[in-house]
Design a protein around this ligand. Sequence first.
Ligand code: NOJ
Length: 732
Amino acid sequence: MNTIMTSRAYEAARERARVLLATMTLTEKLGQLSQFGTSIYSDNEQTFDDHFTEGKVGSYLTIKGAQRTNGIQHDLLAATRLPIPALFADDVIHGYRTTFPTPLAQSCSWNPEVARRCSEIAAKEAYRAGLKWTFSPMVDIARDPRWGRIMEGYGEDTYLCSRFSEATVRGYQGEGETVGKDRIFACMKHFAAYGACIGGRDYNTADMSMQTLHDVYLPPFKAGVDAGAATVMSAFEDVNGVPATGNRYLLTDVLRGEMGFKGFVVSDAGAVVELIPHGFAEDEKDAVRLAFGAGCDMIMAGDPYNDRLPSLIEEGKISMEQVDASVLSVLTLKYLCGLMDEPYVDEDGEDCFFCDEHMDAARMAAHETAVLLENNGVLPLRPAAMRGKKIALVGQLAGAEGKSHLLGAWSCLCDPAHTVSIEEGLQNALGDACEIVTVRGCGVTCADTAEAHEKEAESIREAVLAASQCDVIVAVVGEEAGMSGEAYSRSDLTLTGHQGELIDALVATGKAVVLLVSAGRPLILTPYKDKVAALMLIWQPGSSAGSAISDLLTGAVSPSGHLTTTMPVCTGQVPIYYNHTNTGRPALGNWPFESKYRDCQIAPLYPFGYGLSYTSFSFEGIRLSADTMTADGEITVTLTVRNTGDTDGAEVVQLYIRDLVGSTVRPVKELKAFDKVFLAAGESREVTLRLPASELAFHDAAMNRIVEPGKFKLWVGECCTDERYEFGFEIV
Ligand code: NOJ
């Protein structure tokens, strides 16, 4: 498939870049490899104007708004010898102003089109604010919910994450020949294996076999490269002993060599100089030698490349050819996105922020991303059935105070004022039919003082009193926005503060409790699962949170999200993921000497792929096109999916395989295809899932990527543990 990186426009941009490169001084070249900005971890804006005359600034991050980017661009162009505009970038992760569900939530839609659409709108708003580049998508596989950045990726599965990786790249960059108006460059991060930090502790070492690296962690990057991702960010952590930012094997041999990546690599923030505390580089100069030498083209952020590369070149430690190649990549993208011809952005374009179209898209995305985990029939709360009744809406996250938290971490320039709270959403949907009483109950967290605890206890008593006079209780618990995301690792995934007590007290009223969990990561919900009447994981749904969640609560829309991370029973089970290998002593419950825990079940609370709906589906006439295929062949699985209920809804058809005997041990299940099918009540549709043998390839003990002949099992189901439809096939 043609992408911007293989287009004729790319070749033309490269040609123009080559001509410009020939006119540049070394200082000007190094400037193109240096990114500057606000101190990354504060709002303190710095523009480094003193660098302009010498051409020492190539890119900026974290500068907000069209007026500001135009202003800086103007000053820069007025001062430099060569008119090379700066490339403005930012962390546009799940929306720029209009905020969409977090990427982890988006993955639960099992509909890559959701991610494409959210990214497309995020790109449009970011473009209107003068940005040409986002540090997204994060396609790190995450198997450990202690890691706060699990919210920023697409879950634990390689196949699913790969489909979301390519969809997001297409959403940002478009599918045309160039990255034009309302499009921005994507940056896949963090290369590589950042999600595998030991213990879920951010920035920590990743240590894994080469097979796991190549079969589990790298394919989503390859999918994004194939979709035309223009840039990649190196990761902070060390991978098998070599920090990713100074890792020539990863950044050059694998990314460029094996994957065919043609864009440029930017370091993560400060990651180049962090090679020193890693104990990998002696000093800043050595760190620059190692990072740039490894293939890290641009530094985020600051002067180390400007300052240190000249002497490294003089000493022959870095070649001029390598500098030229990196600068050429940066300039090519500047030409490709039209920046060299039009460095400014129209300052009247920002009126699209929070427009109806964008808010509606956020609402539709959130419809698909919530996962219904339990329902004893209490949901939906249809307006007709609720007439004259009373709902208690409880929790810090339910009312106005919850707005900013429903947006989640990494919400670029989100705005609680443009966010629909759950209270507002429910009032709009049910306010005419019934009375809604909102009470705080308790906070998500609680200061550790006796007074604070007593205040929470009192507030819980008030909530319980109000709730006991209502017909149904909707309680919203979970995490505040800042409790996940970068540097927010947690060692305990149970509900914080007094939230557990609140739930218990509400359940004790004897009223039906609908528990909504808003969080960046999977939390431990074991104590509540069987006590509540319904349980829905709404993640952090974004600007239209309240509208979308009330659509789901009232049955205007049926939930269709499915888990993309295994939900653990307790924190001690993590890392827990469905596609593990079997061990020689799998936990079959036959004797004590099995691979299991003595104080906790081996099975998760909810498996990967799980999610309920208000309707039911049947799979009919499932057939395989053949029960053998060659190593370069393909089989297809065809079935009819029928909505057997009386409510419209969507089913996610999931295809899993198991390679029964391998030259290295193979996972017990692997997702290899899926399709989301929207069906009106009673409607049916034929679905065909493709299984090319190439999807079954893996790296053998000698690191050859092979498709191994042998027998496989295949399941079509509604989640990874659904084995009702089992088949066998063979690779011959
Ligand atoms: C550090 C984060 O790891 C990265 O994902 C982000 O893009 C940069 N900071 C810039 O904010």
